[in-house]
Design a protein around this ligand. Structure first.
Ligand code: ADP
Length: 293
């Protein structure tokens, strides 16, 4: 079983010709609500790819929270560890202007109430083959969870997003670190993503830096192994990284070595970027198999 301890949000997306200035009101073009949050996205991607997944986190006692719970449950994710908080479900308020630039306000809401491991969290992590973490829950909790799993020899996968400076005690408890190029650069303080990833292997055994349409690079034991992207026409790369990590985890839990799991992850991400949306664009196991056949 793959345990995912992370965020669940509803993204509220408006498109506008021009974003409003201070004190200004503008008329928007479209509005959509999309389930998101890196934790929920990774859980969904792993479950669609055939993984046995348990999600740990919190939503509010509201329609947004019920929608996220239903989406995860429908995909076969165990949501018994998804708590109902007295805070509203986390939201991301996204404004996309006519040039495609966006501005985002994130309100953590219920996600911010997950501040310490509970006995139920520990019981789930104890049974897990892999723990997936990101940085959209309080940092102290992420550190506690990583250290707890690491002490029990349960492999820990961390997506260090959003990028913030991280304590060494966290990175030392991480087995596979999966930053994108910006996150790698920020964490290592080095612009070149490969050199940055190399630096990060001093603390984590395996570092997989994702490079968008250029694929990814897996750094381990002094070696740099390319993970080629599949050449496709991308229409929406939202959650490409979360699809990549979720499918990698499903591969590992299914018995693949990391190289094989990364190959499947790259295929799944290539499938997802050809479709709009985040959770709605994630492929299932059969689609990934067909793409690779
Ligand atoms: P993030 O979404 O976290 O910024 P990336 O943009 O680096 O992550 O994408 C993650 C992975 O998704 C890449 O390593 C690659 O395998 C795949 N991917 C992203 N963009 C494309 C693309 N345009 N074509 C094919 N694969 C892509």
């Amino acid at each position: 079983m793959i345990a995912v301890l992370g965020s669940a949000n509803l993204d509220l997306v408006v498109t506008v010709e021009r974003a409003p200035g201070r004190g200004e009101t503008v008329t928007g073009r479209t509005f959509a609500t999309l389930p998101g949050g890196k934790g929920a996205n990774q859980a969904l991607a792993a479950a669609r790819a055939g993984g046995d997944v348990a999600f740990l986190g919190a939503v509010g006692d509201d329609d947004f929270g019920r929608r996220i719970r239903e989406l995860l449950a429908d995909a076969g994710v165990d949501v018994s560890g998804l708590a109902v908080s007295d805070q509203p479900t986390g939201t991301a308020h996204i404004t996309v202007d006519g040039t495609g630039d966006n501005s985002i306000v994130v309100v953590p809401g219920a996600n911010g109430t997950v501040t310490a491991l509970t006995d139920a969290h520990r019981a789930t992590i104890d049974r897990a083959e892999l723990l997936l973490l990101q940085l959209e829950l309080p940092l102290d909790l992420v550190v506690e969870a990583a250290r707890y799993a690491h002490a029990r020899e349960i492999p820990v996968v961390l997506t260090p997003a959003p990028a913030v400076p991280l304590p060494e005690e966290l990175l030392e408890a991480v087995d596979i670190l999966v930053p994108n190029e910006h996150e790698a650069a920020l964490l290592a303080g080095i612009d070149d993503p490969i050199a940055a990833a190399e630096q990060l292997t001093r603390l984590c055994d395996d570092v997989v830096v994702t490079l968008g349409a250029r694929g990814a690079a897996w750094l381990s034991g002094g070696e740099t192994i390319p993970v080629p992207a599949f050449p496709v026409q991308a229409v929406d790369t939202t959650a490409a990284g979360d699809t990549f990590v979720g499918v990698m985890a499903a591969g590992l839990a299914g018995g693949l070595q990391l190289g094989g799991a990364l190959h499947r992850a790259s295929a799944a991400a290539a499938l997802s970027v050809q479709r709009p949306g985040a959770s709605s664009s994630m492929p299932d196991r059969a689609e990934i198999d067909a793409f690779l056949a």
